[in-house]
Design a protein around this ligand. Structure first.
Ligand code: HEC
Ligand code: HEC
Ligand code: HEC
Ligand code: HEC
Length: 467
């Protein structure tokens, strides 16, 4: 496997596909649209492996199959530090570079991490986002399908679901449709397959190759290893295999003119991946498949309706009172959090210094982002949320807003009660607990500079007791 930067190309042969029951019929209407308007429309073609741009527009007609997946509940990057990739609201720009009639948008599944109340809210939001983003297919993982079932999303699906698990009448195991490429029909098939429970040879029955028609056969599987890939490759009927993500970044393997092209889409929606399908130069009977991965970066403008959808999410999180429901541990030795104000009387100097640095405003910054009711954010922006006597809400525990003294020194009740004689024993956080690579991209390698910025103790440290 290699990074998208070294994507290789594969060529697809000609073949015909027999219609099969397991394929979704949901797209029928769209086919009508395709016949009417798909002709002679040149899509804005996508440059292989790099971000599609106006420069990559060329005369060749092309079809694009977009792939996303493994959102794992990441609706949007937290905005804690610059350069974060991802965000449902940034995807639209990438998809819309290709005309609707020349594209297929597929999510490969694993929408959320768990079945927590917050993740169930996210699941609904993500499905609604997919609808707004005009996804054609959403592949549900085993966990996804259970959640979708529990949320009642399967009885009247708002997007086209496929899944290799628990196929019922509403859930197809695959999808097939025709698209116009240079005036000829190309059949694109997507099959989702459980390699752990179904014999691999079944794939051949679904993807037969017959001469006379051009097609692209895409297989999404739930486990990948060399043995599985080579036995699928031997069939000669699969052009492209989508594997589960092993890293946050997309991975691709495969050699030029060799199929199948094997790739995974990465995690947390940081990239939009895709296959660009074009006719092979010099051999019109062959199709060329090119893999690309577009980083979902800050340069991509947010789609307004999806920005609004995120606000709806923040409101739901607030209404469900998730902050108050956050599980809390008991502190050892009867310790309690007291709040930064309570240190001021004896540590006026330190308090004054602290109050000028970013930590003292960490809650306000969440309010500005509208995320002050979201436990997933609040946890690093207040004192002691994981513990009893720690932060619950602004109304109940306003004295524990912001990153305060006790985040780093520990709960202060005993220290205060004894006038500073008893030191700190309770749990405390290290810088890295909050300044993670995801939330503080510049921290690693600059620890010294970060520490310098928060100096609030007298330098050199006082020889006499602080009083
Ligand atoms: C793991 C801890 C952690 C979590 C969880 C977290 N943050 Fe942060 N946040 C930080 C840290 C650390 C910084 C300071 C980063 C830096 O300056 O390098 C920060 C900074 C910020 C900033 C200020 C950025 C700026 O430009 O000054 C915003 C806004 C923010 N976070 C919002 C959020 C939101 C919204 C969430 C939830 C979606 C969230 N944070 C979740 C640790 C966290
Ligand atoms: C982000 C973490 C952090 C926060 C927030 C923080 N401190 Fe500190 N504090 C430190 C570190 C690190 C040191 C220096 C290393 C040490 O002595 O542990 C320190 C040193 C001190 C010292 C000197 C300790 C000594 O041994 O001389 C005092 C007193 C102190 N802090 C009090 C406070 C008070 C009061 C607050 C809140 C108003 C506060 N700190 C907020 C991390 C923090
Ligand atoms: C009633 C006065 C008083 C209050 C209130 C108080 N301290 Fe202290 N603190 C002291 C004294 C006195 C010392 C010096 C003890 C020593 O050097 O042996 C001290 C020492 C410290 C030290 C350095 C020694 C150590 O144990 O790490 C830190 C850090 C500290 N205090 C943090 C805090 C924080 C945080 C708060 C608020 C939660 C707080 N103090 C509240 C009086 C107080
Ligand atoms: C409980 C979580 C937490 C801990 C522990 C923590 N920080 Fe922070 N830190 C934050 C958050 C949240 C912000 C963003 C606050 C804001 O922008 O208002 C931040 C911001 C900062 C900033 C300002 C960054 C900037 O770009 O201006 C510095 C510097 C910093 N932290 C240093 C430290 C150091 C050094 C430590 C360890 C001694 C530490 N922090 C421990 C959560 C934490």
């Amino acid at each position: 496997m290699s990074r998208p930067g070294s994507a290789k190309r594969a060529t697809v042969g000609i073949c015909v596909l027999a219609p099969l029951e397991i394929f979704a019929k949901a797209k029928k209407k769209a086919i009508g649209v395709l016949f009417l308007t798909g002709l002679a429309f040149c899509a804005s073609c996508v440059d292989v492996t790099t971000e599609p741009s106006a420069k990559s527009l060329h005369k060749t007609d092309a079809l694009t199959v977009f792939f996303t997946g493994n959102e794992l509940g990441e609706l949007k990057p937290c905005g804690c530090s610059g350069g974060q990739l991802g965000g449902l609201s940034r995807r639209a720009v990438v998809f819309n570079r290709v005309s609707k009639h020349k594209r297929l948008i597929v999510d490969t599944g694993s929408l959320v991490k768990s079945q927590s109340e917050q993740d169930l809210i996210k699941f609904n939001i993500i499905i609604e986002a997919f609808r707004q983003l005009d996804y054609d297919l959403v592949n549900l993982s085993e966990k996804d399908i259970e959640i979708a079932q529990n949320l009642g999303l399967l009885s009247n699906p708002i997007v086209g679901f496929i899944s290799p698990y628990g196929t019922g009448e509403k859930i197809a195991g695959g999808f097939r449709d025709q698209y116009l490429l240079n005036g000829k029909y190309i059949t694109i098939s997507v099959l989702t397959f459980n390699v752990e429970t179904s014999p691999i040879k079944q794939i051949r029955e679904v993807f037969p190759r017959e001469p006379g028609q051009q097609s692209v056969n895409i297989l999404i599987i739930n486990r990948c290893d060399d043995a599985i890939i080579s036995s699928i490759a031997e069939m000669g009927t699969v052009d492209c295999i989508v594997c589960p993500a092993e890293s946050d970044e997309p991975m691709v393997s495969g050699e030029a003119n060799k199929r199948p092209l094997v790739f995974s889409v990465g995690r947390f929606g940081r990239y939009v991946c895709g296959l660009q399908i074009t006719e092979s130069a010099g051999d019109e009977d062959k199709l060329k498949l090119s893999f690309f991965a577009v980083p979902v970066g800050e340069g991509l403008e947010d789609e307004a309706s999806l920005v609004q959808l995120y606000k709806d999410y923040q409101l739901l999180v607030r209404e469900r009172n998730l902050l108050e429901k956050h599980p809390r541990f008991v502190l050892p030795d009867g310790l309690e959090y007291a709040g930064s104000e309570s240190c001021k009387a004896c540590h006026e100097y330190e308090y004054g210094e602290w109050s000028h640095n970013a930590h003292a405003h960490a809650y306000a910054i969440l309010e500005r982002a509208g995320s002050q009711f979201d436990p997933e954010c609040v946890i690093c922006h207040v004192v002691g949320m994981d513990y009893e006597s720690g932060f619950i809400s602004e109304q109940k525990t306003g004295h524990l807003k912001n990153v305060g003294c006790e985040n780093c020194h520990g709960p202060g009740s005993e220290h205060i009660k004894t006038g500073g004689i008893v030191g700190f024993t309770g749990p405390k956080s290290a810088c890295i607990d909050c300044h993670t690579p995801e939330n503080s991209g510049d921290y690693a390698g600059n620890e010294g500079a970060f520490l310098e910025k928060i100096v609030h103790w007298r330098e050199p440290k006082p020889l006499a007791p602080v009083k």
